[in-house]
Design a protein around this ligand. Structure first.
Ligand code: FE
Length: 277
């Protein structure tokens, strides 16, 4: 059963952290969530005033955050002693779970900063586990060459040709691919029926069935098991993100995403009482 596009969205301009300008594509008034994806932001600017304030220390509980950098460098630091710099092509996959306090600050005062942050929900059974990190530089993200000159960077999951990304994630078994196609290129990938999927076009354009998705647009996939993507006239680069539907109640409160309102209030109380380490 071939998947098609059921809707597209460009997202809305938003400000987060201490004043970082970004585009909010999931968790916007247009698109609340695509289970298990809770939020998807694109930050892209060569004006330091748009990003320099960064994301000073803030908490998370109940989900995972995935930062994928295309240009520029971002330093992260947290309350349990982890610290590092995410560089172009690198990914940081943070399972916040029961709670973490961290900061994410640009490691540059000029130049282009370009990247994405995705929030993936955790099932109730995993929300209060210990935090974990998986971090990989560009060298450790495998490249798969496509016929026709395209390339797939595999962050997590396995392509139809058998290339597996370095990030391991059991709760939602996600697929996260960065696919670049030349003008005549195409790409086929199977996605389990249990998974929702979205595509975000970074450059150029792509076509799925009858739907053309332009640079800066997110397309939401219909149910099914396989996708066929065709490059637009100028070629196309896109992120393909898919994850297992949790079908659980979602209660959001700022940086916390739990199953019930009471659990969100408990998270605020734990933060106030200093129980986030
Ligand atoms: Fe954060």
């Amino acid at each position: 059963m071939i998947r098609s596009i059921v809707r597209t969205t460009k997202g809305v301009p938003a400000t987060d952290g201490a004043g970082v300008k970004l585009t909010r594509i999931i968790a916007s008034p247009e698109l609340d969530m695509i289970d298990p994806f809770l939020l998807f932001d694109r930050f892209e600017s060569d004006k330091p005033q748009d990003y320099i304030a960064g994301f000073p220390t803030h908490p998370h509980r109940g989900f995972e955050t995935v930062t994928y950098m295309l240009e520029g460098r971002m330093r992260h630091k947290d309350s349990v002693g982890n610290e590092g710099v995410i560089e172009p092509g690198g990914v940081q996959w943070m399972k916040a779970a029961k709670g973490i306090l961290h900061s994410e600050m640009p490691e540059q005062e000029a130049g282009l900063l370009r990247g994405f942050q995705l929030w993936i929900n955790l099932p109730a059974a995993n929300k209060m586990e210990d935090p974990e990190y998986q971090e990989f530089t560009a060298d450790n993200v495998p490249l798969e060459k496509l016929a026709g000159g395209g390339v797939v960077r595999v962050i997590t999951g396995t392509t139809d040709k058998g290339t597996t990304g370095p990030v391991i994630n059991k709760p939602t078994e996600p697929l996260y691919l960065d696919v670049s196609l030349h003008a005549t290129g195409s790409f086929k990938q199977s996605l389990p029926k249990t998974h929702n999927g979205v595509l975000y076009v970074i450059d150029g354009s792509i076509r799925i069935g009858e739907t053309v998705i332009e640079s800066g647009e997110l397309g939401v996939l219909s149910p099914g098991d396989t996708i066929f993507v065709y490059a637009g006239a100028e070629g196309g680069r896109f992120l393909l993100m898919a994850g297992k539907r949790l079908d659980e109640p979602v209660a959001r409160g700022g940086p916390f995403v739990m199953n019930t309102r009471a659990e969100v209030l408990e998270a605020f109380e734990d933060l106030r009482a200093g129980r986030f380490v």
